[in-house]
Write a protein that binds this ligand. Sequence first.
Ligand code: NAD
Length: 454
Amino acid sequence: MSGIDGYTKFVNGGFGKKIAGTVGLPQPTVLRRYAVGQQLIEGPAAIAGIGDAPALDAVRSVLSDAGANLVDAQSDSEYNEKLSAVVFDATAARTLDQLQQLRATVGPAMKKLGKNGRIVVLSAVPAEETDVEAAATQQALEGITRSLGKEMRAGGTANLLRISQDAPDEALEGPLRFFLSSRSAYVSGQPVTIGAGDVPTIADVHVPLKGEVAVITGAARGIGAEIAKVFARAGAKVIAVDIPAAGDSLAKVANSIGAVALQLDITAPDAGERIAKAVAQHADKLDVIVHNAGITRDKLFVNTDENRWGSVLDVNLQSQFRMNRVLLDPSVQGGLKDGGRIVSVASISGIGGNRGQSNYAASKAGVIGMVRQLAKELEGRNITVNAVAPGFIETEMTAKIPMGTREVGRRLNSLLQGGQPVDVGEAIAFFAEPASAGVTGQVLRVCGQSQLGA
Ligand code: NAD
């Protein structure tokens, strides 16, 4: 239970569980997290869909590859065993009446979901519909999935995968695997769109980043250190970047995973050139850039001076522009290759705003704007650009929050606990994988479906 907060540990012990049950206190479940070699899901999966459910073939293939027992769910089915997952293909739904099928099929299956269960709803992209009722029906699926996320129990999650008309059949596999697996432990109630892309077959699901070279900024501690570890576990060669003052911890992280440590303040005007130089020294190409380094300088807006404003915007956003400009220049040796990946770390603060964080929220909302626009610009080079927006993650950054506020932030989400840095690492690795070639311009919240930043 390392990294798990004290209260969660307490209510998962015999005595604590009893007290929490009697008094009606929140009872967070210790979430299942990924370990190398782990099975995709532990028990049977119920699958069903509307009409000819065109995406179910891909679902069957992923689940049978993973050795999962499949149950074809029918309306009002009864189940003998606990289920691990429910996948419902609503991509063919065109009328509101058809949503009754989802209710009648997913309802009974949901009741039988075991601990850390998964619901994945597959939909079309509402904006691609030409018929008004079809667009309303497809949009309704988001409302349903978000609500299911809020009703899941015992560490379960519910997410929505929107499959564009342009997405090749293979594009579903990577996202489906991520959302079914324990790698998405702290992601719930989120929609992700899958579009066009040149998606290769997955050679080994346990080392999806084998042979890839990734630069990760802010890697000396917290979330960045964990991203670096997840990338190394997934087979990537990592170039770990952090400020010179964090040199010792950076070296420790780098040594533990065989990474290259690069001491660099990313706000330096030549940061992009220095990263490219380091890449060129240690590898022949750059596959992934992870913009993770970030700072907070919280104050109410009226008390925020030029320095607090400027430093946060510079580290969290403007430096990314400068580095991207260099690393995206095809003539730069050590720059990002075509078909590469950019993943930026945003925050739910950049989605919902936060008291005392107008500078930080500006920078993180700016990251989201940058990612969406850059994704369009780089489509022609098959470079995907995505952002992960963490909620309350247990790090030194959040340990500094006063206790009362910290406890509220930690519990006000569907999973009743803070996330672990590894949860952010897993989501970033998902975007970075070759199998995610169809996923671009997306912002994925890793927040346990937090009600803050909503
Ligand atoms: P952290 O403070 O523990 O780590 C940030 C790292 O970035 C540090 O190692 C720091 O030295 C490095 N860094 C800062 N300025 C730098 C610079 N100019 N050049 C190079 N490196 C620099 O923070 P964390 O909690 O691990 O956060 C990582 C990212 O996640 C940040 O972008 C943060 O805004 C974001 N985030 C965190 C949370 C959370 O709950 N912890 C929530 C939402 C978003």
